[in-house]
Design a binder for this molecule. Structure first.
Ligand code: ATP
Ligand code: MG
Length: 316
């Protein structure tokens, strides 16, 4: 399994009781994690016993800490160097659960560098292998470039699991090559279907699961083999060629909700790769997301906690 990370970032968590914009605060805790959504997904894979290789388009300045820290976590990571500085994402976590995310822009990448990265990422891919790609793309890489990445992966016969926002996803779904699996959240899925842009929140009204099921069916009709639409605490809905289902959310004491969707994706793909059927793999994916958001590291999860939530999910 391969995870491609085109727009890495350092997640800087700022943990405090209440944020008052415009004031000087003394925070309770700072934490920093090498991230980018594909890296968060790879943490979800590790928690499920899979060992993905992670290939990162990595700006030179800040790259040593980034790589050393990931390797210390046990991740098999390779990098494709580009110029610039690794971007940062400031994630403010308040005691009442409010989360504020300030995403840095990333170092600009030339078309030639991007093409090299795609070539290096796809070299040696074999038919049937899963490739995870989640998140945004750096400045200089237009949404059209994503269509090229989808085509390059499809040409190898590998299976692409893609999760990217509504500014990008429509280009990846234009065909003829398509991802094998997509996992947008509800706001993203509805924006992709209507051609709009998603607010960066997930609606969790009473109808969230029904809307997720409808959106998953709508995206599946566009020819994608497997679609999961996640709906935050409400749970998720999935549609594949073989069937469809919903999984209501579990109660979780949330520490850091950022990376929930990526932990889900990592858990799901790891279990699919291990031969589980889709419904079972989706349960493991949800268990991974629950175990991830109750701790700090984006997408990270303890295998024991994944097993605990999996028991709860199968019992409910
Ligand atoms: N507050 C929560 N309580 C319980 N489960 C949650 C919560 N938030 C997320 N989850 C679980 O994680 C899964 C994915 O969450 P969500 O829909 O928020 O993904 P996302 O918006 O893509 O997240 P991110 O972009 O931060 O990775 C949900 O389907 C659910 O199982
Ligand atoms: Mg997401």
């Amino acid at each position: 399994m391969l995870a491609i990370c085109p727009n890495p970032t350092i997640d800087r968590l700022v943990i405090l009781d209440t944020l008052t914009p415009g004031t000087v605060e003394r925070v309770r805790q700072n934490r920093a994690y090498p991230a980018g959504k594909s890296v968060s997904a790879a943490r979800g894979c590790l928690a499920n016993g899979a060992a993905p290789r992670v290939h990162v388009l990595l700006p030179a300045t800040g790259s040593n800490w980034y790589l050393d820290t990931l390797r210390a976590e046990g991740m098999d990571v390779t990098s494709h160097a580009c110029s610039g500085t690794v971007r940062e994402s400031i994630i403010v976590l308040e005691d009442d659960g409010r989360v504020t995310v300030l995403n840095g822009p990333g170092a600009p990448v030339s078309v030639a560098r991007w093409d090299d990265f795609v070539q290096a990422s796809t070299a040696g891919l074999r038919p049937g292998v899963w490739v995870i790609c989640s998140g945004s793309f750096p400045p200089g890489v237009g949404p059209e470039a994503l269509a090229g990445l989808v085509a390059a992966i499809a040409a190898t016969g590998a299976r692409l699991a893609l999760d990217t926002g509504p500014a990008w996803m429509p280009l990846a779904l234009r065909g003829p090559a398509l991802p094998a699996l997509i996992t947008p959240n509800l706001a993203e899925a509805e924006a992709i279907l209507t051609g709009g842009t998603a607010p960066e929140v997930t609606g969790v009204g009473d109808d969230a699961l029904a809307r997720a099921a409808g959106a998953a069916a709508g995206l599946h009709e566009r020819g994608i083999d497997a679609v999961v639409v996640t709906a935050g605490s409400a749970g998720l809905a999935w549609v594949t060629r073989e069937g469809a289902g919903v999984l209501p959310g579990q109660k979780v004491n949330v520490r850091n909700p950022i990376g929930a969707g990526d932990a889900f994706l990592g858990g799901l793909v790891s279990r699919l790769e291990a031969g589980f059927d889709f419904a079972e793999a989706a349960g493991w994916g949800m268990a991974t997301s629950c175990a991830a958001i109750e701790q700090w590291s984006p997408g990270g999860a303890a295998a024991k906690r994944v097993a605990h939530f999996h028991d709860l999910i199968t019992a409910s």
